[in-house]
Ligand binder design. Sequence first.
Ligand SMILES: *Cc1c(COP(=O)(O)O)cnc(C)c1O
Length: 390
Amino acid sequence: MVKESLDRRELQFQFAKRYFEEFISQRLHLQPYLKPQETPLLLLDLEGIKRRYKEIELYMPNFRIYYAVKANDHTSVIKALSEKGSGFEVASLEELKKVLSLKVEPERIISSNPVKSEEFIDYAYSVHVNRFAVDSFTEVEKIAKVAKRARVYVRLVVPNEGSDWPLSKKFGVDVDTAIDILEYAREKGLVPYGITFHVGSQCNNYRNWFIAIRKSAELWEKAKRRGFRLQMLNMGGGIPVKYTYEALRIEDIAYYIKGLLQKFFPNPPHELQIEPGRGIVGDQGIMITRIIGKAKRNDENWLYVDTGVFNGLAEALGGIRYPFYIDREGELKEWTIGGVSCDSMDVIAKMVALPEPEVGDHLYILSAGAYTTVYASNFNGFPMPKVLCL
Ligand SMILES: *Cc1c(COP(=O)(O)O)cnc(C)c1O
């Protein structure tokens, strides 16, 4: 028993250590910034973000990429991706205005948020963003009212099994309802444009794409028989990145999806779209925090750091396990990592194998590029992480 648990710790720490060393050795320009005075700090590798974008483009050449802005809305990230020709998926007025202010043309913007305020739709349409997702009759009515000739694409519900951050409970409809929604959109004068789905964020299960594409094909065929001429299939997000385990690779996912499209879509959709968020920025950022306290509570070793689930690590609450690294040697102990605030929910991770640090040491949190700063608040008066794009 003892032997086995020691090995698990060793494996876990070695994985994080190797990840850290590889991350830095491939990004020597980040090295001078690894021991900042001011923490927490998110270091983002802009070249890496562009590289990930180009990689997805390379492996999925038939797809138009719409970066999901909610994953990381930093101005430099949007600018870098815009330079590479990316499109953008926005959900709110603020995201939309930010993307437009960076000179992105409205033709490069879509909104796949299935439930939007009328104010948002109105504004978006007035600035010539005219493609919107729908998954209810009410949404069709809202869009028809203020965006008379908008193009709408319907969101199917698909399985999110094996996705670390599932999204399927909140949105999406079955095939028959989807047809009825498209029918209703047509009656209301809107343009039925296509289909979308989301396999769940950080999706490591090929089967989700399988079911999703099969369902989309079923809807596509039914729609055709009902006289619709759909143009577009949008596959949402879901591309995973490495955390405490290796994720599916983009080249493998692309290959698999290509096969599914050949199988289920003998006549391929005129337009294919994908909306990666995490898959572009997730593993291009490292969060640098500092140890501010240590304690032993019953049998548990606790470390306290200067950020937490309210200041950027919200995903730690619901399924994402970050790799942690500390620049020390020595016997590995198992730690619970507590966040900076006084809320008892503010625990970042449990059972993290690390050598014993001292107060003041930097603690590195890998794969912190997506869904961190965008979630951060000032709760309890503690600062949000600063961001440095290099
Ligand atoms: C969040 C979201 C995405 C991005 O998902 P990732 O898993 O981060 O790639 C894409 N599309 C929609 C509609 C989303 O809500």
